[in-house]
Design a protein around this ligand. Structure first.
Ligand code: NAD
Length: 546
């Protein structure tokens, strides 16, 4: 138990307050929970019962420990009960006027040396502190939902916060088994600032018809995220999402946080997400029957042009699916290298006519537009009529590559963000024949990939959403607001990312990140997509972040 803080008050026992009270009581603290009236108090008690009861049912807590935890929480409706607390954490609804009133009252009832903390997600801690006569004793403690589970707590200091008040809260958070990340008072702190730029962009892409909501979500969960962006916004609540974006936008005037119009429309219509049964998705309805038309059917015969890791991954996927697969490499040495990688069973060579009878031909040569175009033109000469031609080019619009052939209507873009993984981004250009796109989707399904349809736009889905978020993280690092460890910890422990953004950049390579950003910038001319100078400099130096 933290020495400086033993008795802790919690004001508001809703979603967050009840969770925070539980975490504190689990940590051995005596807790005073205060609600606005008896009905709300009963709901708070029910929240605590439900959460600890669930832990008992799952075998994570004994009945005795549950009783001990609940026994440490005193509940009431009067602020007077908070008079002897060392620390009080406010978790009332996210309204500045309400929070300021609560803090005024806390200031009058609490001991002068008590630290007062707010769990606000998007309001200014400084503005809340200004409602009291002890702004030096005010901090932010931003827990994540569900508080008993999520490891991250952002601890926020204002320009006035006393170091001792900050240390007391950091120590308390650490003693609860949480990861404390301390930052200054900026809208969105670390995690929400980085998360909501990405979520808002995904909402805008959905609104623009860039991809379906299911495909947007599937594309992003394929990168290891616990859920897709639209599902996550429905869970957070679209009203809360709108408010967080607005709060960050008010402070930054950065278009990235200017709420996508669809968010406001849905909120206006009362479609707030899961809590109202409908948001981007509708909940509680019987499952829709799967759409006809993408029946996998027989395995296609596959031809692969190329010899690098991507070509090898495609050949292996086709082999695993039991498809008849052939490859064509640039020369004999390369052909030998492919055979060494995939096994003797696969036929291949250096003559493109090997691909003449293939149902699906995948161009997977080096990312060089001229090379890709001349290869596609040569494939066009040999491929049978009606074959699906797929190009893996990712730095120029797919249509530019398709126009190298005399049958651009038969060309699709194919992007495998993780060549070994299950996701395939499938791109139709402005002239792709819908029947060819359907067949390409069916072939990919048959080859064990989950096809998601993306517009013919820079970055397709995954990179278009992921890389600007990584760039935002570099800008944050560059601004000195937080260091690389704090940024990575915030995203992994607060948002469940499998890897933090700075570590992710080192993993995917700074070259690749800059290339995607330049393509995005060229297409949209949005300053948010211009590579952060630090990212560009490190890339030029051939360095990494760590
Ligand atoms: P909530 O609506 O679930 O709970 C708020 C509680 O405060 C209610 O039980 C309400 O009765 C009570 N309350 C209202 N006025 C009060 C008063 N004057 N005195 C005492 N109690 C009062 O809200 P929530 O989702 O728990 O959010 C609370 C705070 O936590 C907000 O600032 C929010 O931004 C922040 N937050 C929420 C989440 C989340 O995912 N829900 C995550 C992190 C932070």
């Amino acid at each position: 138990m933290s020495a400086a803080v033993s008795r802790v008050g919690v004001v508001g026992l809703g979603t967050m307050g009840a969770g925070i009270a539980e975490v504190l009581a689990r940590g051995g603290h005596s807790v005073v929970g205060v609600e606005v009236n008896n009905d709300a108090l009963q709901r708070g008690r029910d929240n605590l019962e439900r959460s600890t009861g669930r832990a008992v049912r799952r075998g994570r807590l004994s009945e005795e420990d549950k009783a001990a935890i609940l026994g440490r929480i005193e509940l009431g409706t009067s602020f007077a009960g908070l008079a002897e607390c060392d620390l009080v954490i406010e978790a009332v609804p996210e309204r500045l006027d309400l929070k300021r009133r609560v803090f005024e009252e806390l200031d009058t009832v609490c001991r002068p040396d008590a630290v007062l903390a707010t769990n606000t997600s998007s309001l200014s801690v400084t503005e809340i502190a200004a409602a009291t006569g002890r702004p030096e004793q005010i901090v932010g403690v931003h827990f994540f939902n569900p508080a008993p589970v999520m490891k991250l707590v952002e601890v926020i200091h204002t320009v006035l916060t006393r170091p001792e008040a900050l240390t007391a809260v950091e120590e308390l958070v650490g003693s609860l088994g949480k990861v404390a990340v301390t930052v200054g008072d900026r809208a969105g702190f670390i995690a929400n600032r980085l998360l909501f730029g990405y979520l808002n962009q995904a909402a805008g892409m959905y609104e623009d018809g860039y991809a379906t909501r299911e495909d947007l979500d599937a594309a992003m969960t394929s990168t290891g995220l616990p859920m897709g962006p639209l599902t996550l916004m429905d869970l957070i609540g679209l009203d809360v999402s709108l408010e967080v974006c607005e709060a960050i936008y008010r402070e930054t005037r950065d278009r990235r946080h200017a709420p996508a119009p669809i968010l406001r429309r849905l909120v206006t219509a009362g479609l707030l997400g899961r809590k109202t049964g409908r948001g981007f998705y509708t909940y509680g309805e019987p499952e829709q029957a799967a759409e006809p038309g993408t029946e996998p059917g027989a395995a296609p015969s596959v031809g692969v042009a190329g010899s690098g890791p991507l070509a090898v991954a495609v050949i292996q996927a086709a082999e695993r699916a039991g498809a008849d697969v052939r490859f064509v490499a640039g020369d004999d040495d390369k052909a030998r290298a492919v055979r060494d990688a995939v096994g003797e069973g696969v036929t291949g060579g250096t003559d493109l006519s090997l691909l003449a009878d293939r149902d699906l031909i995948v161009e997977a040569v080096a990312e060089d537009v001229a090379v890709k175009r001349s290869l596609l033109a040569a494939v066009d000469d040999v491929a049978r009529k009606g074959a699906v031609l797929a190009t893996t080019g990712a730095t120029v619009p797919v249509i530019e590559l398709a126009m190298a052939t005399d049958r651009p209507q038969d060309v699709v873009g194919l992007h495998l963000p993780d060549p070994e993984g299950g996701l395939a981004e499938l791109v139709s250009t402005v002239v792709t024949d819908p029947e060819i796109a359907e067949r390409a989707a069916a072939y990919l399904t048959r080859l064990g990939k989950r096809p998601v349809r993306s517009a013919d736009r820079a970055g397709f889905i995954v990179d278009a959403l992921r890389v600007p978020y990584l760039n935002d993280a570099v800008r944050m690092l560059e601004s000195g607001y937080a260091d690389a460890d704090a940024i990575d910890a915030a995203m992994t422990h607060g948002c469940g990312y499998p890897i933090g953004p700075i570590a992710d950049l080192d993993r995917i390579g700074l070259d690749r990140a800059v290339e995607v950003l330049r393509a995005l910038y060229t297409e949209y001319r949005d300053p948010a997509f211009a590579p952060a100078p630090l990212l560009d400099r490190l890339r030029t130096a051939g360095a990494t972040f760590r």
